[in-house]
Ligand binder design. Structure first.
Ligand code: ADP
Ligand code: MG
Length: 363
């Protein structure tokens, strides 16, 4: 057998448990020829939209072996219905959403994951190193031990010792810090963050699966952020943790003021814990109600949308913009109280439309 054939065998191993089409096998072969990997192994994970394979790169000169991971998006797709909401309104997808062309669409997803991963990696956030991309095949760094065992998902993490609660607490504040950093430094919202898309090793969290992440100017980014916050909170609450209110976390992540580095971010969160209203058992119900209200509140994404909403416009006009859920996203001059003369004006207007205001409040 010549070298070409044996390399082809190595690429074919990946097909033993999942049938890969000819095109994908050619790309894997190309990845081998270009030296991004030396051999492709079996699937680490098989999902609805993508499979992740283990791979190895041999550096013969150095006698070293590096593990890598290859994410192969499935081109024969099933349902991309759920994906549509992430693409609509995303300026990086101006071309739009061509349901008729799966292959092209899947290529866009892989591209998006690669670009998002690069941003997150460059911001020193623990995640796989983006290595190479070709059509729907993405080669990245492997998150696992030297024997090739992938780190567990946070969901499957097993903590031990007599300070397990303290360890969960640390992971929780670490996670919130990563979310803030992703938002402020990478200008991204993960948009599918949960214990399934975070890997855990030795006290450290790693962010994965970022193909659906969107920029803050996406019309639904804050809605996705709110969902990320809920998912993370739900998980840590199931671990018995006393979590911060969703609204406080939302403000922590989106506030342009303050640190985006550790250990400062953790200090801010510790301060939030200290200064919040007590959450003794009888207050826990109140916290849940507040979370529920927050989750259902309308969050405008742009100033244009702010002015679309009559109620919010009135509040901002009265200098009460500070009460808005997104107040820290508004320019200062909008939330500062207006000068006295203007204020009187507004008050007389709002007095005449009291009934209207009340009906809007009950939305
Ligand atoms: P999916 O879209 O199928 O959810 P993910 O990117 O979440 O794809 O990857 C699926 C699983 O593959 C992850 O839960 C994780 O266990 C594993 N995995 C993904 N990327 C890596 C990596 N770089 N290193 C190790 N394991 C990984
Ligand atoms: Mg995933």
């Amino acid at each position: 057998q010549d070298a070409g054939d044996s390399q082809k065998d190595k690429a074919d191993r990946a097909t033993s448990d999942q049938v890969l089409d000819q095109r994908t096998r050619m790309i894997l072969l190309q990845m081998i020829n270009r030296g991004f990997v030396s051999e492709v192994h079996g699937a680490i994970s098989t999902g609805k939209e993508a499979n992740v394979y283990g791979a190895m790169l041999h550096d013969d000169a150095a006698g070293a072996t590096t593990h890598r991971a290859i994410k192969v998006y499935k081109t024969a797709i099933l349902s991309f219905k759920d994906r549509e909401r992430y693409i609509t309104g995303e300026h990086r997808f101006k071309g739009g959403f061509d349901k008729g062309n799966n292959r092209k669409m899947v290529k866009l997803w892989a591209e998006k994951e690669f670009r998002n991963l690069r941003r997150i990696y460059n911001a020193d956030i623990p995640c796989p190193e983006p290595i190479s991309l070709k059509l729907h095949v993405l080669v990245m760094g492997f998150l696992g031990d030297r024997k090739g065992w992938a780190y567990p998902r946070l969901r499957d993490a097993v903590l031990s010792g007599d300070d397990v609660d303290q360890q969960w607490y640390k992971l929780y504040v670490q996670c919130l810090g990563l979310m803030r950093r992703i938002y402020q430094v990478c200008r991204l919202v993960h948009a599918d963050l949960s214990e399934y898309n975070i890997l855990y090793h030795d006290g450290k969290l790693y962010i994965i699966d970022v193909s659906q992440s969107v920029e803050p100017d996406h019309p639904r980014s804050l809605e996705f952020l709110r969902m990320d916050i809920k998912n993370v909170g739900d998980f840590f609450r199931r671990k018995g943790m006393d979590t911060l209110a969703d609204r406080a976390i939302f403000n922590f992540i989106t506030s342009p003021e303050g640190a985006v580095e550790e250990p400062e971010m953790t200090k801010v969160l510790e301060h939030l814990y200290e200064t919040r209203a007590s959450t003794a058992d009888e207050d826990q119900a109140q916290v849940e109600v507040d979370n529920e209200v927050f989750r259902n509140q309308y969050i405008p994404q742009t100033l244009e949308q702010v002015y679309d909403i009559e109620k919010d416009a009135q509040m901002v006009g009265k200098g009460e913009g500070n009460d808005l859920v997104y107040s820290n996203l508004l320019p200062d001059q909008l939330v500062k109280p207006k000068d006295a003369e203007k204020k009187e004006d507004e008050e007389s207007t709002s007095a005449s439309s009291d009934g209207e205001g009340a009906s809007l409040d009950s939305d």
